[in-house]
Design a protein around this ligand. Structure first.
Ligand code: PRP
Length: 211
């Protein structure tokens, strides 16, 4: 059996994803969650994990330096990379929403980490807006007058609430997905399918709890 390289998203999704792999019965290094290393080998399973920024995971997988990876549906929609989506892992549920100050009637400038998703949303609505791409703390933009609206992830809703912003529309529900490089999927089919089979029952349990 050859080694399998798995691109993992650093940050929020990471711990849930690691926990899920452990629940599926995979033996992972005990210091996995505490390490600062960007490449971590799991000798028992012959897994090589590479730890990337969530938005970059599809790039590593598309380029084939990772065979498979874990990425949010938001990232997949924004990045539009040539990867296979194998399984909805049901972890890290949240949604993409349009939000802004409660009283603001204008809708001309939209700040977001998701310029493609936001452009396509407003195009479909027939609204012409200027997209202002930002890298984080998107909720700040309407508070300081940089934008009228934002398109961003809402998880608990705390960030919107604590900054006095309201939701105007929900664009799409988001969960994390298992993705694969199309060529490696064929070459390492049995190995990758084995992982899908081990993870599937857990996704069903998580799905049942979160519904
Ligand atoms: C995300 C998102 C919101 C916040 C939503 O940001 O962009 O700002 O979380 O979560 P909530 O609904 O539970 O409050 P993140 O913390 O990932 O950092 P960022 O602002 O740097 O993107």
């Amino acid at each position: 059996m050859s080694w399998l390289t798995i691109a993992m998203p650093k940050g929020r999704i990471f711990e849930e994803a690691v926990q899920m792999l452990r629940l599926a019965g995979f033996q992972l290094p005990s210091d996995f969650e505490d390490s600062r290393k960007l490449i971590i080998d799991g000798e028992e399973e012959k897994f090589r994990f590479i730890l990337a920024k969530p938005m970059d995971v599809p790039t590593y997988v598309e380029q084939g330096v990772a065979d498979i990876g874990i990425a949010g549906k938001d990232v997949l929609l924004e990045e539009q990379r040539n990867v296979y989506e194998l399984l909805d892992l049901q972890i890290s549920p949240c949604y993409l929403a349009v939000a802004g100050l409660p009283s603001q009637a204008v809708n001309e400038k939209v700040a977001t980490k998701y310029p493609h998703i936001a452009s396509s949303y407003f195009r479909k609505k027939g609204e012409q807006v200027d997209i202002i791409p930002l890298r984080g703390s998107i909720e700040l933009a309407p508070l300081v007058g940089l934008a009228d609206r934002i398109v961003d992830i809402v998880s608990t809703g705390r960030t919107l609430k604590e900054n006095g912003l309201v939701e105007y529309d929900r664009i799409i529900e988001v969960t994390s997905r298992l993705i694969a490089n199309p060529v490696q999927f064929r070459l390492k089919y049995d190995q990758i399918q084995y992982i899908v089979q081990k993870l599937t029952p857990i996704t069903k349990k998580i799905g049942a709890v979160s519904r």
